[in-house]
Write a protein that binds this ligand. Sequence first.
Ligand SMILES: C[S@@+](CC[C@H](N)C(=O)[O-])C[C@H]1O[C@@H](n2cnc3c(N)ncnc32)[C@H](O)[C@@H]1O
Length: 280
Amino acid sequence: MLRRSTAWLEKRGVESPRLDVEILMAHALGLKRLDLYLQFDRPLSDDELDAIRKQVVARGELRPVAYLVGKREFFSLPFHVDERVLVPRPETEHLVELAIERLQGVDAPVVADVGTGSGCIAVSVLHAVAEARGHATDVSAGALEVARSNAERHDVAERLAFHEGDLLEPLRGTADWGALDAVLSNPPYIVRGDSSVEEGVRAHEPEAALFVSGDDPLEVARRIAEAAREALAPGGFLGLEVGHESGQAAREMLDGLGYGDVALIKDLAGIERVVVGVRA
Ligand SMILES: C[S@@+](CC[C@H](N)C(=O)[O-])C[C@H]1O[C@@H](n2cnc3c(N)ncnc32)[C@H](O)[C@@H]1O
């Protein structure tokens, strides 16, 4: 079953067919991946075969594995994910690391995660910084439901408020406006014509999570940076994930908007992934 499904997925252009089949089979059978090898001669019932086939066929349609198994690990925590949210990416962990590091020593910090999706950024930061509280915003009510379930799962829901609306706007007029210690975001930054976007991502992940409306990858990032100048406390910082060719432009954007100590952080592949600036 493993061998045949792997070959079938390979023909359909799946990048890591063997690994994907192992994950999907283990999930369908309620086993660990290793058990597939320990029980290699176990006969499969018709129901089990049927469950595996359904998963493999869906993967053949390039549906992300994370949606098929309903979870993805991020910053060493399991997150529930489904079609309502972007699958958390490992490169976003750099933004979380930076935030946790900079919040050390801040007394009872307050953070905002703009475009929270699965909640992976806000939940990971609050999980690591016990005295922090925060706000998570998203235009998608479905995404906020997923984020809330993840916050509950990791015991931070009492310290995290959820807001449906445009970027930082839901926080305007609240007591935390002008007093935030950190504004964090992994905003949409893909231009629709970008041919490097994988077919499965384009077909199955939410459009609102991926694409900007025009041809400027920093369109949404710029709106966040403009609003964050007012939303942050003096000395508070803005951390944004940016697309792989936008690092220098993002640095110039934050410089131009009057942020201080603007810096770029590279990911493990050496790509400038996160831009950070401090409200003067
Ligand atoms: C790239 S995804 C990031 C999700 C999550 N923070 C992560 O890193 O995996 C961007 C998120 O921003 C949300 N979004 C897009 N435009 C928005 C807007 N104008 N206001 C608030 N959220 C927005 C999308 O619904 C999506 O959940």
